[in-house]
Structure formats: C-alpha cells, structure tokens
Write a protein that binds this ligand. Structure first.
Ligand SMILES: [Zn+2]
Length: 89
C-alpha cells in the first residue's frame, strides 16, 4: 500500500496537525492465536497518536466510516458550535 492510500481522504490531526493514517490490528497472543482486536481498523495520528474507535470490517469496508469519524473530529470547533446553538431558558 502506498503512503497516499494509507491516508486517503483523511484530514490532518485536529490536535497537532500531524498526518493521520489507517491502521490495522494484526496482533497475536502468546499462543499465536489472533488477539481480541485482531482485524480491527482505526485511524491514528502519526505524531500524537490521537485515534478513532476501532472498527471491524465484517460485511463492508470500514475505511469510509473511519474517515468520516476522523474528519468530523477534525472539523474546527467553531463550525460545531455554530451547528448547535445553545439555548439557556
Ligand atoms: Zn496529532
């Protein structure tokens, strides 16, 4: 996989501006059995290691979901506040 494919559609980290990439859990336990989170995928910042939830590709690829989750977090705070006007009454 090329570097471009690893961060396809991902915005820079909202915390440090670092590069985000898709990661995949391929850990095995001491007996060589796949670990609990084996096959799970998530997005993580290469600098500060901020990350999304882990998701498991069962029927569909999860990268679009992960990208959506990551990019929503990456949206500027001011945009989010504007979408949810606070009412104190
Ligand atoms: Zn970061």
């Amino acid at each position: 996989m090329s570097d471009d494919a690893k961060r396809e559609g991902l915005l820079p980290c909202p915390f440090c501006g670092g590069e985000a990439a898709y990661l995949r859990n391929e850990e095995c336990d001491d007996k060589g059995e796949p670990s609990e989170n084996y096959g799970g995928e998530w997005v993580e910042c290469s600098k500060c290691h901020a990350c999304t939830n882990i998701r498991f590709p069962l029927k569909e690829p999860v990268k679009p979901l992960l990208a959506e989750q990551w990019n929503r977090r990456a949206a500027p705070v001011s945009v989010r506040d504007a979408a949810q006007p606070s009412e104190k009454k």
